[in-house]
Ligand binder design. Structure first.
Ligand code: GDP
Ligand code: FE
Ligand code: FE
Length: 198
């Protein structure tokens, strides 16, 4: 895919090189899987494939950043410091959003929000946010019990796939007695109560 410069100041090749330099081979493979899946979902559900590619490539850009660097980004950007109590799992999306502005000149709020909310989801989600949230969960490299069900649902109804993922993640987190980030519960409550959202 050739980028139009509508969303980012860098080429896809430059973006790939930057992203690859920040993570393990395994995680980079995951990122490429998310990109492929996100582009397919964008085509299916009528969203910008270029925006899906960019958000997918950047979504885990901060995942391997040391917590000290994440903390500094969170403080500088004035993000909710509560997320620091939940470690890199919860911080890496919001931190990647800040780096996306700084390193790649991303100004599209839709792309920034898709990166920001890719782990937890949100009460209201745009089409692109749903695509990145779901693509991260079902990309070809994922192999957990339930992933094939998630893939089948994503092929039928994107909103149902978002809800399925939220239920699955919450159930898993409770089973391992992990602490639930408050935004995770808020998102789940909204999606389970209202069912289909925009
Ligand atoms: P990844 O970055 O591609 O591995 O995927 P995600 O960004 O979607 O998720 C990262 C991790 O955060 C996963 O292991 C999730 O189970 C975990 N996670 C999601 N929500 C919460 C939460 O509320 N609390 C905790 N402790 N972990 C969460
Ligand atoms: Fe992630
Ligand atoms: Fe991911």
């Amino acid at each position: 895919m050739t980028y139009t410069n509508q969303y980012t100041t860098v080429t896809r090749e430059a973006l790939l090189a930057h992203v690859q330099s920040k993570m393990s081979t395994k995680r980079f493979k995951h990122v490429l899987g998310v990109e492929k899946t996100a582009i397919a979902l964008a085509e299916k559900y009528g969203s910008s494939e270029e925006a899906a590619s960019i958000a997918a490539l950047i979504h885990d850009y901060a995942k391997e950043l040391p917590m000290s660097e994440m903390k500094s980004v969170i403080e500088t950007a004035g993000l909710n410091p509560e997320m620091l109590n939940f470690g890199s799992e919860i911080c890496h999306g919001p931190v990647a959003t800040e780096l996306a502005k700084k390193d790649f000149g991303i100004t599209s709020e839709d792309i920034l929000n898709a990166i920001r909310y890719h782990t937890v989801g949100a009460v209201q989600m745009s089409l692109l946010e749903k695509i990145i949230f779901v693509a991260d969960f079902i990309e070809p490299g994922r192999s957990f019990p339930g992933v094939d069900t998630a893939r089948a649902i994503a092929n039928q109804d994107l909103d149902e796939a978002v809800l399925f993922e939220m239920k699955h993640t919450l159930t898993y987190l409770i089973s391992i007695e992990a602490r639930i980030y408050p935004e995770t519960i808020l998102a789940y409550n909204a999606w389970v109560t209202k069912g289909k959202k925009n």
